[in-house]
Design a protein around this ligand. Structure first.
Ligand code: BTX
Length: 243
């Protein structure tokens, strides 16, 4: 496994993307940082962790997407690969909050930020950034966050967790490449947070409404049953779950 270990960097996603512009980088190269000074989440959000205690890393996945419109397939695969690894470390009460948060005991334990770029030769490079809370115990500023050690009451070997995730990801990418997507999609839907439970949402215009999540479509849209019994699908930027 090709792992580049950094003490500190603003963002492992940015480090890996910069590396890609300068040199050949092997598929599944991993960049880890003990301290990420400007960790990024979705749409300008920040990923904040105590230095040295957690996993913040990025993996290069080349050409797993057949086309840029199948972006969500990789999201599904990554979320499932992380939950499989967490199960190996005996975490059981896991859920996937659409589109790509991993929750353990109803609190966020991991976040995923995937950034894709289309190269001039037609290849699609995906930089898969993962933040996983491992040995941090204090989340005073993030009451909806948790870590492996908060749940298990002991510290873990971060490297062992990292290796488990990467091994799962490699195996699952190989399965996706032979067309085995449905089983990941089913596993994702099976773990979907708040599925079947009435809950409040807010649309992109700030309008609040109640709905019941039915599932996620194969191309990544959230399918919600509305009060008037109609089904509506939402894109990632079109709706927010208020929970
Ligand atoms: P997200 O936008 O879904 O989540 C960000 C939100 O999650 C924040 O606004 C905050 O409420 C909450 N949050 C911040 N830090 C934590 C934490 N440590 N644990 C739980 N909740 C938190 C999720 O974005 C995607 C995060 C990807 C992070 C990785 S780290 C390696 C790579 N490099 C990089 O810059 N980003 C990725």
């Amino acid at each position: 496994m090709n792992i580049i270990k950094l003490d500190a960097t603003p963002s492992t996603n940015d480090f890996l993307k910069a590396l890609l512009t300068n040199q050949f980088v092997e598929n599944f190269t991993v960049v880890t940082a003990e301290n990420q000074t400007s960790g990024r989440g979705q749409m300008g959000a920040k990923w904040e962790v105590e230095s040295g205690k957690n996993l913040t890393f990025s993996v290069l996945v080349k050409d797993v997407l057949v086309e840029i419109t199948s972006i969500f397939h990789l999201n599904v695969l990554v979320a499932v690969s992380i939950t499989e690894a967490l199960q190996r470390f005996t975490i059981s009460n896991l859920a996937i909050k659409w589109p790509n948060d991993i929750l353990a005991e109803n609190k966020k334990i991991a976040g995923v930020l995937i950034e894709n770029s289309l190269k001039s030769n037609g290849e699609i490079f995906s930089v898969v950034g993962i933040g996983l809370n491992v040995n941090q115990k204090n989340f005073d500023d993030l009451p909806k966050a948790t870590s492996l050690s908060c749940i298990l009451n002991h510290d873990l070997d971060k490297e062992a967790v990292l290796v488990s995730i990467i091994q799962n990801l490699k195996r699952n990418v190989a399965l996706l490449q032979i067309g085995d997507y449905d089983k990941f999609w089913e596993a994702y839907n099976q773990k979907l947070f708040k599925k079947g439970i009435p809950m409040p949402f807010e649309d992109k215009n700030g309008v609040r409404f109640m709905g019941i999540i039915q599932g996620v479509t194969a191309n990544g849209k959230l399918e919600v049953l509305l009060d008037n019994d109609s089904l509506k699908t939402f894109d990632i930027k079109e709706v927010q779950m208020l929970y």
